[in-house]
Design a binder for this molecule. Structure first.
Ligand code: FA5
Length: 410
């Protein structure tokens, strides 16, 4: 056999052997009293010896490897049985002679040690051993017949890894940083948190009802087209915007309500320098008694100055969204030419930064809020485009390519 003793425990021939000259098989067949061990320290040392023997035999098997799966499974079973077989395994003898026959004072200490040993012995289960014993390569297996190599059952010189120098310094793990999109998202959130808004989130896999119908987007609207939207089935989509969370939050909390909704959105947009099929939005929603378009303008002007700088001017243009009435687009004065006109703002002096409007009464109704009592405003912006403006990045794709040379700049 390749490890210390046979599969069966060798019968003990000489009961008067001194402790040092006995092997494990002999020791487990005697009681602790017969071994002359009467204190917890000596018992701990004895168990440590057993654990070391067990680990050594396991290591030997792994270093040796197996020619093929059949040999590997046989090796694993043999070692397992030697230690764990119910009838004649080493642990069974140990239980019988050391634990069961221990004196009442020593029993707790022996029990603790025995449990620890049993835990360690779980690494001798066949499946675990078979996983760890490597199969030698086919080429090596073919060469085994060559006279220069030791025969399978002959012990091979074991190759042990060099001892570690514990005084060497550890590996330094460089600290990472937040992704630029996350940084920008948090910056936007912070501004609105400071105004008393709270953060709300919703599912990215959304029903057609919340993504479209409840937002007053009719069946005939082009955004519902297969061409624009990623459908999971006829009633389920990857949300195309964060607006469905407006309805979910109205239904959950009622009015008054002041929330911002950050999150991922998905559209069937071909990737280019300003479009990605997955992108990020932050939605804002304020509902209360007597909310007017003046509140919307004031809040978004404050936000733009905070985010883009105090010198920033805002401009509101009419637009259309089915879920707001009236609807608008917000533009900010171009940061690069300060409104003079340049390549970035296409000579207009303005850059569009979000869609907004007063929440449509029909949408309030879908959210369970009485439009006669409450009014509200909402906006939606693209976080990725904000990050492009803030960091002067000219291609949105760079954010999603996980190129460390790009990301470590933020
Ligand atoms: C909307 O999605 C509306 N839900 C916004 C809204 C909310 C209006 C509340 C009124 C009230 P729009 O389709 O324009 O609107 O998208 C908003 C922003 O998302 C765009 O301005 C743009 O910055 C960003 N965006 C849209 N598609 C993409 C894309 N494929 N890649 C990157 N960003 C995108």
């Amino acid at each position: 056999m390749f490890f210390g003793g046979g599969q069966e425990c060798a019968p003990l021939r000489n009961s008067a052997l001194p402790l040092d000259s006995m092997n494990i098989e002999e020791k487990v067949r005697k009681t602790l009293a017969e071994l002359g061990l009467g204190d917890a320290e000596a018992i701990a040392a004895l168990f440590a010896e057993v654990r070391a023997a067990m680990a050594g035999e396991r290591r030997e098997l792994i270093e040796r490897g197996a020619r093929d799966e059949a040999e590997r499974d046989a090796m694993a079973k043999a070692l397992r049985d030697r230690w764990l077989a119910r009838k004649n395994g080493l642990l069974a003898h140990l239980d019988e002679n050391w634990l069961k026959k221990a004196s009442p004072e020593l029993k707790p200490a022996v029990g603790r040690q025995f449990n620890e040993l049993r835990r360690a012995a779980s690494t001798l289960e066949v499946a675990e051993l078979a996983r760890d014993i490597p199969l030698r390569s086919r080429a090596e297996a073919r060469d085994e017949s060559a006279p220069s190599l030791p025969a399978v059952d002959e012990p091979r010189p074991s190759v042990r890894p060099p001892l570690k120098d514990l005084t060497l310094p550890g590996y330094r793990r460089p600290l990472g940083s937040l992704h630029p999109i996350t940084q920008v998202q948090r910056e936007i959130e912070d501004i609105f948190l400071g105004l008393g808004f709270r953060i709300e989130t919703g599912p990215e896999i959304e029903t057609v009802y919340y993504n479209f119908d409840a937002l007053n987007i009719p069946e005939s609207h082009p955004s519902r087209d297969d061409w624009d939207t990623l459908y999971i089935d006829s009633q389920t989509v990857l949300r195309t915007h964060t607006s469905p969370v407006q309805i979910r939050a109205m239904q959950k909390y009622g009015a008054p309500l002041y929330i911002i909704i950050p999150g991922k959105c998905y559209r069937r947009d071909n990737p280019d320098s300003t479009h990605s099929p997955m992108f990020h939005q932050v939605e804002g929603l304020a509902i209360d008694a007597d909310i007017t378009f003046a509140d919307l303008k004031g809040a978004l002007d404050f936000f733009a100055r905070k985010f883009f700088g105090q010198e920033t001017r805002t401009s509101f243009h009419p637009s259309f969204f089915p879920f707001t009435e009236p609807s608008g687009e917000v533009a900010i004065s171009c940061r690069f030419c300060r409104g003079e006109g340049c390549r970035v703002c296409k000579q207009s002096g303005w850059i569009e930064v979000m869609g907004c409007g007063m929440v449509h009464p029909e949408v309030l109704r879908h959210g369970g809020i009485d439009p006669e009592r409450y009014t509200g405003w909402a906006f939606g912006l693209g976080v990725d485009r904000y990050a492009m403006m803030k960091y002067d990045v000219n291609d949105i794709q760079l954010f999603f390519q996980s190129d460390i040379r790009f990301l470590e700049q933020f």
